[in-house]
Write a protein that binds this ligand. Structure first.
Ligand code: SME
Length: 152
Protein backbone atom coordinates (compact mmCIF):
# COMPACT_ATOMS: atom_id res chain seq x y z
CA UNK A 1 0.00 0.00 0.00
CA UNK A 2 1.31 3.46 -0.82
CA UNK A 3 2.20 5.98 1.83
CA UNK A 4 -0.63 8.20 0.61
CA UNK A 5 -3.19 5.36 1.00
CA UNK A 6 -1.99 4.71 4.54
CA UNK A 7 -2.33 8.37 5.46
CA UNK A 8 -5.81 8.47 3.87
CA UNK A 9 -6.76 5.47 6.00
CA UNK A 10 -5.57 6.86 9.32
CA UNK A 11 -6.71 10.45 8.80
CA UNK A 12 -10.43 9.83 9.61
CA UNK A 13 -9.38 7.65 12.55
CA UNK A 14 -7.21 10.46 13.92
CA UNK A 15 -9.91 13.05 13.23
CA UNK A 16 -12.46 11.15 15.29
CA UNK A 17 -9.95 10.44 18.08
CA UNK A 18 -9.11 14.12 18.41
CA UNK A 19 -12.70 15.34 17.97
CA UNK A 20 -13.87 13.24 20.91
CA UNK A 21 -11.25 14.44 23.39
CA UNK A 22 -10.20 17.94 24.46
CA UNK A 23 -6.99 17.03 26.33
CA UNK A 24 -3.99 17.98 24.20
CA UNK A 25 -1.55 15.52 25.78
CA UNK A 26 -3.97 12.59 25.46
CA UNK A 27 -4.53 13.45 21.81
CA UNK A 28 -0.81 13.83 21.11
CA UNK A 29 -0.20 10.44 22.73
CA UNK A 30 -2.74 8.72 20.48
CA UNK A 31 -1.54 10.51 17.35
CA UNK A 32 2.06 9.44 18.08
CA UNK A 33 0.85 5.86 18.59
CA UNK A 34 -1.19 5.70 15.37
CA UNK A 35 1.64 7.13 13.25
CA UNK A 36 4.29 4.97 14.88
CA UNK A 37 2.30 1.74 14.53
CA UNK A 38 1.12 2.45 10.99
CA UNK A 39 4.47 3.33 9.47
CA UNK A 40 6.92 1.58 11.78
CA UNK A 41 8.99 4.71 12.30
CA UNK A 42 12.01 4.66 14.60
CA UNK A 43 10.82 7.52 16.83
CA UNK A 44 7.56 9.44 16.73
CA UNK A 45 6.64 12.14 19.20
CA UNK A 46 5.97 15.67 20.30
CA UNK A 47 7.99 18.37 21.98
CA UNK A 48 5.96 21.09 23.68
CA UNK A 49 6.91 24.76 24.04
CA UNK A 50 7.22 25.44 27.77
CA UNK A 51 8.90 27.93 30.10
CA UNK A 52 12.28 26.86 31.51
CA UNK A 53 13.82 27.75 34.89
CA UNK A 54 14.80 31.26 33.82
CA UNK A 55 11.43 31.70 32.15
CA UNK A 56 12.97 31.29 28.72
CA UNK A 57 10.85 29.23 26.34
CA UNK A 58 12.18 25.84 25.29
CA UNK A 59 10.93 22.57 23.83
CA UNK A 60 10.22 19.87 26.40
CA UNK A 61 9.67 16.21 25.56
CA UNK A 62 6.00 15.25 25.32
CA UNK A 63 4.12 12.07 24.34
CA UNK A 64 6.20 9.80 22.13
CA UNK A 65 6.76 6.25 20.91
CA UNK A 66 10.24 4.79 20.55
CA UNK A 67 13.50 4.86 22.47
CA UNK A 68 14.28 7.45 25.18
CA UNK A 69 15.03 10.91 23.82
CA UNK A 70 16.55 14.27 24.77
CA UNK A 71 14.21 16.05 27.16
CA UNK A 72 14.87 19.73 26.40
CA UNK A 73 15.74 21.56 23.17
CA UNK A 74 16.44 25.33 23.05
CA UNK A 75 14.84 27.71 20.52
CA UNK A 76 16.69 27.56 17.20
CA UNK A 77 18.68 24.42 18.12
CA UNK A 78 18.55 21.11 16.26
CA UNK A 79 15.92 20.31 13.68
CA UNK A 80 13.15 20.73 16.26
CA UNK A 81 14.27 24.12 17.57
CA UNK A 82 14.87 25.34 14.01
CA UNK A 83 11.36 24.25 12.97
CA UNK A 84 9.98 26.19 15.92
CA UNK A 85 12.03 29.25 14.92
CA UNK A 86 11.14 29.09 11.20
CA UNK A 87 7.50 28.10 11.86
CA UNK A 88 7.63 25.70 8.95
CA UNK A 89 8.09 21.99 8.35
CA UNK A 90 11.64 20.77 7.85
CA UNK A 91 12.38 17.56 5.94
CA UNK A 92 15.88 16.21 6.56
CA UNK A 93 16.84 13.48 4.05
CA UNK A 94 20.17 12.84 5.83
CA UNK A 95 20.61 14.01 9.42
CA UNK A 96 24.39 14.18 9.01
CA UNK A 97 23.90 16.95 6.46
CA UNK A 98 21.82 19.12 8.80
CA UNK A 99 24.13 21.50 10.71
CA UNK A 100 23.35 21.36 14.43
CA UNK A 101 21.20 18.24 14.24
CA UNK A 102 20.73 16.81 17.75
CA UNK A 103 21.37 13.06 17.74
CA UNK A 104 19.14 11.60 20.46
CA UNK A 105 19.76 8.23 18.82
CA UNK A 106 22.76 7.40 16.67
CA UNK A 107 20.51 5.11 14.61
CA UNK A 108 18.38 7.94 13.30
CA UNK A 109 19.23 8.72 9.65
CA UNK A 110 16.43 10.95 8.36
CA UNK A 111 13.82 13.11 10.01
CA UNK A 112 10.78 15.35 9.56
CA UNK A 113 9.67 18.00 12.03
CA UNK A 114 6.28 19.72 11.72
CA UNK A 115 5.29 22.78 13.78
CA UNK A 116 2.04 22.66 15.74
CA UNK A 117 0.34 26.07 15.81
CA UNK A 118 -2.54 27.40 17.87
CA UNK A 119 -3.78 31.00 17.55
CA UNK A 120 -0.79 31.82 15.31
CA UNK A 121 1.69 30.66 17.94
CA UNK A 122 3.85 27.55 17.85
CA UNK A 123 2.85 25.41 20.83
CA UNK A 124 4.72 22.21 19.93
CA UNK A 125 6.48 20.29 17.19
CA UNK A 126 5.85 16.80 15.86
CA UNK A 127 9.16 15.02 15.30
CA UNK A 128 9.53 11.74 13.39
CA UNK A 129 12.80 9.86 12.91
CA UNK A 130 13.64 7.01 10.56
CA UNK A 131 16.52 4.53 10.56
CA UNK A 132 16.69 4.86 6.76
CA UNK A 133 17.91 7.80 4.69
CA UNK A 134 15.39 9.80 2.59
CA UNK A 135 12.28 8.47 4.33
CA UNK A 136 10.23 11.66 4.29
CA UNK A 137 8.93 13.70 1.38
CA UNK A 138 6.17 16.09 0.31
CA UNK A 139 3.47 13.45 0.97
CA UNK A 140 4.49 13.16 4.62
CA UNK A 141 4.65 16.94 4.91
CA UNK A 142 1.13 17.38 3.48
CA UNK A 143 -0.53 14.74 5.66
CA UNK A 144 1.38 15.44 8.85
CA UNK A 145 0.50 19.14 8.51
CA UNK A 146 -3.17 18.10 8.14
CA UNK A 147 -2.88 15.95 11.25
CA UNK A 148 -1.27 18.63 13.45
CA UNK A 149 -3.83 21.18 12.21
CA UNK A 150 -6.34 19.20 14.29
CA UNK A 151 -4.60 20.61 17.39
CA UNK A 152 -5.22 24.22 16.34
N1 SME B 1 16.89 15.19 16.16
C1 SME B 1 16.13 16.19 16.86
C2 SME B 1 16.13 15.93 18.35
C3 SME B 1 14.99 15.13 18.83
S1 SME B 1 15.18 13.48 18.59
O1 SME B 1 15.41 13.18 17.19
C4 SME B 1 13.88 12.62 19.17
C5 SME B 1 16.68 17.57 16.56
O2 SME B 1 17.73 17.71 15.92
O3 SME B 1 16.05 18.54 16.97
Amino acid sequence: MTKQCLYEQILPQIQSLVAGETDLIANMANVAAVLHETFGFWWTGFYLVKSGEKNEKQLVLGPFQGPIACTRIPFGKGVCGTTWQRKETIVVPDVEQFPGHIACSSLSRSEIVVPVARNNEIIAVLDIDSKQLNTFDETDKIYLEKIVALFA
